[in-house]
Design a protein around this ligand. Structure first.
Ligand SMILES: [Cu+2]
Length: 176
């Protein structure tokens, strides 16, 4: 009796575990908040977003947090509303976190699919930029680098964006 019950229990657990694992591959990813750290060296010589590139799903939230004790940073969309060329999907809303002090955070939920480029207002010239791609990784045809919209974007920033293909392949692209 006891042995038989244990076997039944074991089967039930096994089945449940398989179901949980197959769910987690898609759903936990979609629900998880993606954390992007605003980082800098203590002497201020280098500043960056980490990771610099992420692939997320529509409806997923991104949270930027300033981990750089001696510095303030922003996350600001490349958008005419911020005085910049448009480097986010046309249907998407612009954003600007304003200055985040150390340990402060700013979050956005992304719904429109496409490529989003953003920068830090005081450190754009130093190449402090990032790229977010919103979409299904298996359906990635047709997303182009927003190269046309580079007027007024400093070379240091343009050089820093990770390639769309690299983000699609790796999902998370750390700083070099
Ligand atoms: Cu900054």
């Amino acid at each position: 009796m006891t042995v038989a019950r244990r076997e039944v229990l074991g089967l039930g657990l096994g089945g449940g575990l398989v179901a949980a694992l197959s769910l987690s591959r898609r759903d936990v990813w979609a629900e998880e908040v993606v954390e992007i750290r605003m980082q800098g060296r203590a002497d201020g010589a280098q500043v960056w977003f980490d990771p610099i590139g992420v692939l997320i799903k529509p409806g997923q939230m991104v949270r930027w947090t300033n981990y750089n004790p001696g510095n303030s940073h922003t996350t600001t969309a490349y958008h005419p509303a911020n005085g910049k060329p448009l480097r986010i999907p046309e249907a998407a809303k612009s954003w600007d976190s304003d200055y985040l002090l150390p340990d402060e955070s700013f979050s956005i939920t992304f719904t429109e699919q496409g490529v989003y480029d953003y920068y830090c207002i005081p450190h754009e010239q130093a190449g402090m930029v990032g790229r977010i791609i919103v979409g299904e990784p298996e359906a990635h045809g047709g997303w182009m680098e927003p190269v046309a919209a580079s007027r007024g974007v400093p070379d240091e920033a343009l050089k820093a964006f990770p390639m769309v293909e690299e983000i699609m392949a790796k999902r998370i692209v750390g700083r070099l």
